[in-house]
Design a protein. Structure first.
Length: 453
């Protein structure tokens, strides 16, 4: 090998190492993908055998092997489907042998990751007897790139990217209410910003309670149907939402022939069973820094706090059927806030926990879901804002990260979609004032003629 060839090889190796660190997606498409496919094809049978995922062949297969090749009959791995490359990894399906279950494959995910040289391996059951392996080639949460094609419907917002390179879709009809926790500069506001921007393009009523004088939600005022910027205004807004919920229950009763005196708790249907021309628009209530609604200093404020908490609990318990959904955000949300805090938190099915300052805060969000999720939330680094752990009451959890969205772009989207805000007469007194945008001059302005003597 000449010096020129050696120098070229070293330059190629150095360029590949730089691309792997600075541009992991490009490195995966050019280098990582072919290498991982070659490893998978060459070591599939031996890897499955080492992971304990092989089974004894059937009697007919053993007889055929002995009759044709006279080789030793060895255990067979799960039947492998076609390898489908993606921009972030690989996907392939496995047909499990009799007696195997998806948990057996999931338990060997870490071994498969090392054997095939990928960043992570995730297992998903497709149908009985068939699982899908999703191999992720690099850390997709380091630089978030949302999938280009996403099929979403009403009240569905792709708000973040999951660690398996799929989109985390906030589906309000599947998970009506959600709790979002996170310390200062953890990315909680970015999560809320992406969520509001995604809902702004849909015919949804957006209501905000921001007791920090509106500094978080005021930029989205053109798209908001109501906004309360202090506890006094929130105490006036919440009864209006409760009354709106009760009116929607009366509408359901009248349409379905239910007796007017039937308690709301006994009505099992919802607004989605109404005809489209009679169906009221869904309402999403955003509460930023929910602790501000619980903090009190005087006896009078305590009475107001108890009323607001009671109304929030009613909205959380009964609002889903009426098409009213809650998105509660804060830094901490535990029993120390006062009476009703734990009861309200129990009604919030979805949980999103960003970086927190102590383990107790993580347990408030995820402790009743999975202990592993609590440890994952405590391990979130401050250098990765927007990284969070999401889970629900089913026990499942995963890591997500919200893409960066500037406040100017989010506010511009809300101004452009202001005409999509549904008309709710009861919320008109609480509609925030949105100053009109200054009109830029389209051409040069003529200077006035000078005054002469």
């Amino acid at each position: 090998m000449t010096w020129a060839e050696l120098g070229g090889s070293l330059a190629a190796i150095g360029g590949a190492a730089y691309a792997r660190h600075a541009h992991p997606a490009a490195y995966w498409s050019t280098v990582g993908l072919p290498v991982s496919v070659a490893r998978l094809l060459a070591s599939y049978s031996s890897t499955m055998d080492a992971c304990g995922l092989t089974v004894e062949p059937s009697r007919w297969r053993a007889l055929a092997v002995k009759a044709t090749t006279r080789r030793e009959v060895r255990p067979v791995p799960p039947r492998r489907g076609m390898i489908r490359p993606t921009s972030t990894g690989l996907r392939l399906r496995l047909r499990l042998a009799p007696g195997q279950e998806p948990a057996d494959v999931a338990a060997s995910a870490e071994r498969l990751r090392h054997a095939w040289g990928v960043h992570a391996v995730y297992v998903r059951e497709v149908k009985p007897g068939v699982v899908e392996l999703r191999l992720v080639g690099f850390d997709v949460l380091r630089k978030v790139r949302m999938p280009r094609r996403m099929d979403v419907g009403l009240l569905q917002v792709p708000v973040a990217l999951k660690e398996d390179a799929t989109a985390f879709v906030r589906d309000y009809r599947a998970v009506p209410h959600q709790l979002v926790l996170g310390a200062t500069l953890s990315g909680k506001s970015m999560f809320l910003r992406n969520l509001i921007t995604g809902l702004a393009t849909q015919p949804v009523v957006l209501v905000g309670i921001d007791c920090k004088r509106g500094v978080e939600l005021a930029p989205f005022a053109p798209r908001l149907s109501a906004l309360a910027t202090d506890p006094e205004q929130a105490a006036e807004l919440l009864p209006v939402l409760v009354k709106e919920m009760e009116d929607r229950y009366d509408l359901i009763k009248a349409r379905q022939g239910i007796a007017p005196g039937t308690p709301d708790e006994e009505i099992t249907s919802d607004i989605w069973g109404l005809p489209e021309n009679e169906r009221p628009a869904p309402v999403v209530l955003f509460i930023d820094e929910v602790a501000e609604l619980f903090l009190i200093a005087t006896r009078k404020e305590e009475e107001r706090r108890d009323e607001m908490v009671t109304q929030l609990i009613r909205l959380a318990q009964l609002g889903r059927a009426a098409g009213i959904y809650l998105e509660v955000c804060g830094q901490r949300f535990g029993a120390e806030l006062g009476k009703g805090a734990t009861m309200l938190r129990a009604q919030l099915t979805g949980r999103v926990c960003h970086r927190v300052n102590d383990e107790a805060s993580a347990k408030m969000a995820l402790g009743d879901i999975a202990s592993e999720a609590v440890y994952a939330a405590c391990a979130v680094a401050a250098e990765l804002p927007g990284l969070a752990v999401v889970g629900d009451t089913s026990g499942g959890w995963s890591r997500i990260r919200t893409p960066h969205l500037s406040l100017a772009d989010a506010a511009a989207t809300c101004r452009e979609t202001a005409h999509l805000a549904p008309d709710v007469p009861a919320l008109t007194p609480f509609r925030p004032y949105a100053p009109p945008m200054p009109v830029k001059a389209s051409g040069p302005v003529a200077a006035p003629r000078p005054v002469t003597d």
